[in-house]
Design a protein around this ligand. Structure first.
Ligand SMILES: *Cc1c(COP(=O)(O)O)cnc(C)c1O
Length: 426
């Protein structure tokens, strides 16, 4: 039966047998992933129960959104999940970049310095900080930026970090996920070590973690190991695929209050901000987020195991621990990347009939290919793949609302690689 339905979906017996063997070999690994999901599921349920979540909280608010108890309860639930004092979780935080922009700009003043001890931050933040020339950047407001690069092996350069922290260093920004850079993703434990080191040098510095793609991949979050602020996007892990928009900021009460004043207006803060009927999706997405994240991690591990077995270089390797949901696969040729993306697109529930093509995306110096057939535009907790068509011809795969969908995506990608002659035999 199951072989037949895969056949209907365009998977040959050869690809089915090969990937099935690999999936079976991962069962012990998957048990561990499920155990983390189980813990995080309990953490979310406990937070919802503690805050007496009720059906009435799903009522939409309009206008100013005063006394929106659903919104206030959602933020209290986030604070309990992350073990923090205060949170902002709202549709008015339009994406991860926006949430990070608010967290940064709200907590620095002219003359202050932002410091990244983990190399260059995510692409979109370069313009925000002013690393790259951009109208409205923090640099225009007299905020400077310093950076310590990672050592060649991807570890922290503690000497450089010590030398760059100075009297003006106000906020340290730490990106948990490698994002689309060739460096390791940091475990929560490693982030904790880094924060302790920094706080020994300068105890009052604000440590902010860009938590995008990392939520619920481990039992602890950076806020459990000393981060003053954690920031992320709701169209990634914590939205569970159901949040149609949004971002979150969680952490120390005084810092989150600054964020609320920057997001709305000084003096108004968290009190205003209508939720327009989105609160239920935010709650339900958070409820599903631990298992959705587990499905995405299984997909990433499976992809690495399949492509490693065929001799492709994968980062992280199939056997490595995971601290985010991103899988890089060095496919080695433009044709390989195009075939791979065709497979991911062909496995999608939405826009499956579309054939992705490389295009000159603004901000990139080479053509970029992207595959995504998502319910929510740009959602990268949903199965998606992308990469610039340039050496080393690396594709980034992430997401999958369910393990079975992620599995089909990887199977289809392999099928398309074979159809294109990029892989000759299994
Ligand atoms: C996705 C991401 C962002 C930006 O989030 P958007 O919602 O795309 O604006 C920032 N940092 C990291 C590490 C990310 O993965």
């Amino acid at each position: 039966m199951i072989e037949n339905i895969y056949k209907d979906l365009g998977i040959s017996k050869e690809v089915y047998d090969f990937t099935e063997r690999i999936a079976e070999s991962l069962s012990e690994r998957f048990k561990k992933i499920d155990r983390t999901a189980e813990y995080n599921q309990m953490k979310v349920i406990r937070a919802m129960q503690k805050n007496r979540l009720a059906e009435a909280h799903f009522q939409p608010s309009t206008g100013y959104g005063y006394n929106d108890q659903g919104r206030d309860t959602l933020e209290a639930v986030y604070s309990d999940v992350f073990h923090t004092e205060s949170s902002l979780v709202r549709p008015a935080l339009t994406c991860g970049t926006h949430a990070l922009t608010i967290a940064l700009s709200a907590n620095v003043r002219p003359g202050d310095e932002i410091f990244s001890p983990v190399g260059k931050p995510y692409d979109t933040l370069e313009g925000v900080i002013g690393i790259k020339e951009q109208k409205g950047s923090l640099k225009e407001y007299g905020v400077s930026y310093a950076q310590a690069d990672l050592l060649p092996d991807g570890s922290f350069d503690y000497d450089a970090i010590r030398s760059k922290i100075n009297s003006r260093t106000k906020l340290v920004t730490i990106q948990r996920s490698k994002g689309y850079d060739p460096r390791p993703t940091f475990s929560v434990e490693k982030i904790g070590e880094l924060i302790s080191f920094i706080k020994q040098i300068k105890p009052d510095v604000i440590c902010m973690v860009d938590n995008c793609y990392g939520e619920f991949t481990e039992e602890r979050e950076p806020s459990d190991v000393g981060a003053d602020l954690c920031v992320g996007s709701l169209i990634k892990n914590p939205g569970g695929g159901l949040a149609p928009i949004g971002g979150y900021i969680t952490g120390r009460e005084d810092l989150v209050e600054q964020c609320a004043f920057r997001l709305t207006a000084p003096g108004l803060g968290k009190e205003v901000g209508a939720t327009l009927g989105l609160t239920q999706s935010f709650f339900q997405g958070l409820f599903l987020a631990p298992t959705v994240t587990a499905g995405a991690i299984k997909g990433a591990v499976f992809a690495a195991a399949v492509y490693e077995a065929l001799g492709f270089e994968c980062v992280p390797k199939a056997s490595e621990e995971r601290y985010d949901i991103i899988q890089a696969l060095k496919l080695g040729s433009p044709a390989g990347m195009i075939a791979f993306c065709k497979g991911i697109q062909g496995a999608a529930p939405v826009d499956s009939y579309v054939v992705p093509e490389p295009w000159a995306m603004p901000g990139y110096h080479s053509d970029v290919i992207m595959a995504a057939g998502a319910f929510v535009q740009g959602s990268s907790i949903e199965l998606s793949a992308d990469g610039p068509i340039e050496p080393p011809y690396e594709i980034y795969l992430q997401g999958g609302l369910t393990w079975y969908h992620a599995k089909l995506g990887v199977m289809k990608s392999l099928q398309e690689m074979m159809n294109a002659g990029e892989i000759k035999h299994l």
